[in-house]
Write a new protein. Structure first.
Length: 133
């Protein structure tokens, strides 16, 4: 349940940052996705480690930090591909439809994140932060 809570918080942070970067700042969908992803991933690591799995003390670089970021990077590549695909296929939408285009890009990022969510839980629980007994 705590992993779910951290995930929801991360999604909110990432989606708001993505929407602001894309719709307000005029960044490309891919750069906006990277921005949102990084802003969400940093607190996600610490919240998952400390709150969801109850780990304390220093993070282990080889067993926790690097694997977390490798997994995060795979999710980033997947979501950036999805966002890029949608952005490339909605470029002909008129400026009047910019809200709809932003919504489709947000949906693509959300769908890509949902696909990787279960896999990340298993890896986090079994290999990164779960009990070693």
């Amino acid at each position: 349940m705590r992993y779910l809570t951290v995930s929801v918080l991360s999604v909110v942070v990432g989606q708001v940052a993505l929407a602001c970067a894309f719709a307000l700042f005029g960044w490309t969908a891919r750069w906006s996705n990277l921005f949102g992803f990084v802003l969400a991933a940093i607190p996600s690591y610490y919240l998952n480690r400390a709150w969801a799995w109850g780990k304390t003390g220093r993070s282990n670089l080889a067993r926790e930090v690097l694997p977390f970021w490798v997994i995060a990077f795979v999710g980033l590549v997947f979501s950036t591909a999805a966002v890029g695909f949608v952005a490339d296929h909605t470029t002909s939408m008129s400026p009047v439809h910019s809200l709809e285009r932003t919504g489709l890009i947000l949906a693509a990022a959300l769908a890509a994140g949902a696909v990787t969510w279960v896999a990340k839980f298993v890896v986090f629980d079994k290999y990164l932060f779960g009990s070693t007994d």
